[in-house]
Ligand binder design. Structure first.
Ligand SMILES: CC(C)(COP(=O)(O)OP(=O)(O)OC[C@H]1O[C@@H](n2cnc3c(N)ncnc32)[C@H](O)[C@@H]1OP(=O)(O)O)[C@@H](O)C(=O)NCCC(=O)NCCS
Length: 160
């Protein structure tokens, strides 16, 4: 587990696009470009860290990031989470290790809480979050559209 570098962006992009195409992780439906990912990476404050899980073969197995929750100063201690593991490597414990590592980084940057939005039907996501102590805050009904249909979105949080 280590901080992401620019050289990781093609792998981060591929893994993100797998998550988009699987329609279980995000309301984003259009795959992203490398230019989009470069901008996403460059526009971040240092504390909004991106971490990657690197295999002994030097391939990237997954990534996770602390995203801004709000521009308001009062919420400076709250980070929004993204986490994506390569499709063929899900369910092997990488997400657990990666998220635990990211939580340590979040504490070091004085975040007191991580929040996230997930789909109630995302079994792997739910499994990961509940295992690591995230609680369900509530469910937004018909919060967004995926494939032209309304989708419920679950808010979860963990106090660090
Ligand atoms: C969600 C995701 C990040 C989890 O990472 P992962 O490496 O697959 O998760 P882990 O192997 O560490 O599993 C964590 C826990 O989830 C549960 N779990 C794993 N696979 C599961 C499955 N298929 N169904 C239900 N629960 C599952 C288990 O409790 C597991 O812990 P355990 O093995 O110690 O019992 C990953 O599967 C992924 O990238 N999914 C697609 C993108 C996505 O959904 N991102 C999150 C958006 S909110």
């Amino acid at each position: 587990m280590r901080l992401a570098q620019k050289k990781d962006l093609p792998s981060i992009l591929d893994i993100y696009n797998q998550g988009i195409q699987d329609h279980i992780a995000t309301l984003e439906e259009d795959v992203k470009s490398l230019e989009y990912m470069r901008q996403w990476f460059e526009d971040r404050a240092v504390r909004h860290a991106v971490v990657v899980a690197e295999l002994p073969s030097a391939q990237i197995a997954g990534w996770a990031s602390l995203n801004p929750f709000s521009q308001r100063l009062a919420y400076a201690g709250v980070a929004d989470l993204s986490i994506y593991i390569r499709r063929d490597l899900r369910g092997h414990g990488i997400g657990s290790v990666l998220l635990t590592h990211l939580e340590d980084i979040a504490r070091n940057y004085n975040f007191h809480k991580i929040v996230l939005m997930t789909f109630p039907f995302n079994q792997q996501g739910q499994g990961l979050y509940r295992k690591l102590g995230y609680r369900c805050v509530g469910i937004f009904k018909n919060q967004g559209k995926l494939d032209g249909r309304f989708i419920d979105v679950m808010a979860m949080e963990k106090l660090l």
